[in-house]
Design a binder for this molecule. Structure first.
Ligand code: FES
Length: 92
């Protein structure tokens, strides 16, 4: 019985890491490219309209091409929004 307690404590961090990786609770701090003053929402709208790659659209709008600090948050935001849109459009 004592072994199981130690084992579960040992595996607890792996469970938390797994949850973190699969969780939708991604902590984003940026909502726009600060270098270009372009909001992720604007990039998302163009991606939806044109169905072109996110970074291609972002760079065409002047974003994500200077310091590139916004890229991870921008990609996470737009991919999450597009996945949410696809999930909401299924008629099963
Ligand atoms: S914040 Fe987007 S390129 Fe610098």
């Amino acid at each position: 019985m004592e072994f199981k307690t130690k084992k579960s404590i040992f595996f607890a961090p792996k469970v938390l890491v797994s949850f973190w990786k699969t969780s939708r609770l991604i902590l984003r701090t940026m909502i726009k490219c600060h270098c270009a003053e372009v909001f992720f929402e604007s990039i998302l709208n163009v991606v939806k309209e044109t169905n072109r790659p996110i970074l291609e659209v972002a760079r065409e709008m002047g974003a994500a091409d200077t310091c590139t600090a916004c890229v991870p948050d921008m990609l996470a935001f737009i991919e999450q929004e597009l996945e949410g849109q696809l999930a909401g459009n299924t008629n099963h």
